[in-house]
Design a binder for this molecule. Sequence first.
Ligand SMILES: Nc1nc2c(ncn2[C@@H]2O[C@H](COP(=O)(O)OP(=O)(O)OP(=O)(O)O)[C@@H](O)[C@H]2O)c(=O)[nH]1
Ligand SMILES: [Zn+2]
Length: 332
Amino acid sequence: MKLTNETLEDLGWKAYFSEQISGDEAQRCHPVRVMAVHRGKIAVSGAGSQGLISPHIPGAGPADDHPTVGDWLLIDGVTLQPIRILNRINLFKRRAPGVRRKEQMLAANVDTLFIVASCNQDFSVARLERYLVLAREVGVHPVVVLTKIDLTDTPEVFAAAARAIEPGLLVETVNGRDPASVACIAPWCGKGETVALLGSSGVGKSTLVNTLRGSDSIDTQAIRAGDATGRHTTTVREMHRLDRGGWLLDTPGMRELQLFDAATGIAEVFDDFVLLAQECRFSNCAHGVEPGCAIRAAIAIGALTSARFDRWRKLAAEDSVNAAQFATRRPR
Ligand SMILES: Nc1nc2c(ncn2[C@@H]2O[C@H](COP(=O)(O)OP(=O)(O)OP(=O)(O)O)[C@@H](O)[C@H]2O)c(=O)[nH]1
Ligand SMILES: [Zn+2]
């Protein structure tokens, strides 16, 4: 292990983790955070030291939990072997690509999720809602970041559309290339804070990351003229240090997250519909032609919009199809 001058707090340590450690463990073990996952090795940082260690937890089988980026591990003070993974605050995972579908862990213990969208023709409330469902499902604090305000005369129209999705939703507007403008999201990027980004290709995630890192270490691609899309440029799986002392978890898989098993997240983002559905005459009301449908009634008087109703039904249908597919293919 190499010496550093970092403290556990610098790395994102919280009372939630220290409360999990027994007196005996505190004597024998050190907590370290998983900063990067490589083939067969993990890079970890603890109080005053960092290094590469084996990710293998003695006694753990292939199907058992294994360390992922952002995790806190207890390692043996002498052998440096991982003892156990501390309970996570949250965990981003996805279905692994390929035929033998299984879950793949992407990132753990994220404090804030920046949901990134741009103020141009790519802007879509449905897409923001989808990312918000993911944030609610994972249990991470979302902040919507709208980029490219320098390319529109009406950034406030985009911001208002985003704010209307959910009462109290935090929405910030930035020119991702301008450090002064990006300063409005700095409060979530301070010492020990862990952030992650979600957003479609070309919305300006890498640009934002570069500005937050204060360096140009992730190359941004020139946007293709006319179609407002960019190309995928990030291929690392590790925590990046941010200028203000925070950490950015940016993995390629995070950017392509799909919904599955997201019923809880959908219910939270669409809680107005879920609550009202309880007043439908039939408990299994499909909100179509049934008599006594409270949702149809609310739409008829303009209390809810049919556009949002359609987005809710679409997400719920997609989630149940994905969940069913996954269940039938889950390896034994
Ligand atoms: N004018 C302006 N251009 C921006 C802004 N943010 C990003 N861009 C440009 O938009 C293009 C795409 O930005 P990227 O940062 O590569 O987008 P990305 O979301 O990381 O894209 P992927 O890597 O494909 O996921 C680049 O040409 C950026 O310079 C902004 O706030 N204003
Ligand atoms: Zn109904």
